[in-house]
Design a protein around this ligand. Structure first.
Ligand SMILES: C[S@@+](CC[C@H](N)C(=O)[O-])C[C@H]1O[C@@H](n2cnc3c(N)ncnc32)[C@H](O)[C@@H]1O
Length: 257
């Protein structure tokens, strides 16, 4: 089984690079002072803490995650940023949220659906709808790993590895492109989307170095010769300032009927 989750450090580092993308998700939630909002699969609090500013001193931000380490880091971050009184993190499964129906003015999930099995997508989205009040905004932001592209001399090997990443390393690697359809089918109103290219220039800090190679070799999807060629070539590209990788991040928002 491929390693599905990323660690705290990776999420903290990517948060800085994805600031503009993340800010757009908060804007699309139409958060107002006094609102109570939810972040599903909140990780180390890199979104719950910034949203404290949007809800103001009279609102509240809730974050849920099933990983105790994420919750611990999220709580520490909220304390450090002095927003603990209005930002709370809870250990919970997004498939069975511990909240009443219509409890939230707006709800978001970023890069959550790509780590859930595809079969969990509809039930978890149904939970998202259940806890959001009528007229509230629902925002899903996820990666479309099908759009990943790396400048590499052997395009067949590059395509093979990218496809392997989207279909085997990520439990639901194409989640990002699915939510325009899912939200429309579920009857959300005013559905809108925005696409952000996430460009990476550091091979060694990208998911396409150790992580991808470890999984591909374990699954015997590529040979050791191919893995060495990939690693050597892209390490040299990074050293020369020539590493280029990009993948689309998709934000879809809609209003609960
Ligand atoms: C790729 S991380 C994204 C974290 C955060 N949303 C961000 O953008 O930085 C996915 C998160 O979803 C959490 N997660 C995975 N399955 C979950 C579940 N069933 N219930 C709650 N959280 C879950 C993981 O623990 C992890 O923190």
């Amino acid at each position: 089984m491929a390693e599905a989750y990323v660690d705290v450090k990776y999420l903290q580092e990517t948060a800085a690079a994805l600031k503009q993308f993340k800010t757009r998700t908060y804007e699309l939630m139409r958060i107002q002072p006094g609102h109570v909002v939810l972040d599903m699969g909140c990780g180390p609090g890199v979104d719950t803490v910034p949203m404290a500013e949007y809800v103001g001193t009279t609102g509240r931000v809730l974050g849920v995650d099933s990983d105790q380490e994420m919750i611990k880091n999220a709580d520490e971050y909220a304390r450090k940023m002095q927003v603990s009184e209005r930002v709370e993190h809870r250990l919970a499964d997004v498939a069975a949220l511990p909240f009443e129906s219509g409890a939230f003015d707006a709800c978001r999930a970023e890069r959550l659906f790509q780590v859930l099995p595809a079969s969990a997508c509809q039930p978890v989205f149904a939970e998202m709808l259940r806890v959001t009040k009528s007229g509230g905004w629902i925002v899903v932001a996820d990666t479309d790993w099908a759009t990943a592209s790396i400048d590499f001399p052997d395009a067949a090997l590059e395509r093979k590895l990218i496809r392997f990443f989207g279909e085997h390393v990520r439990p639901n690697g194409y989640a990002g492109r699915q939510f325009l359809h899912i939200m429309t089918q579920r009857g959300l109103q005013d559905v809108e989307f925005q696409v952000f290219p996430n460009v990476q220039r550091q091979f060694t800090q990208s998911p396409f170095d150790e992580w991808l190679l470890r999984e591909a070799l374990t699954a015997q999807a590529i040979s050791h010769t191919d893995a060495d060629f990939w690693k050597t070539t892209l390490t040299e590209r990074e050293a020369a300032g020539e590493f280029y990788a990009t993948v689309n991040m998709v934000i879809v928002g809609g209003r609960q009927a």
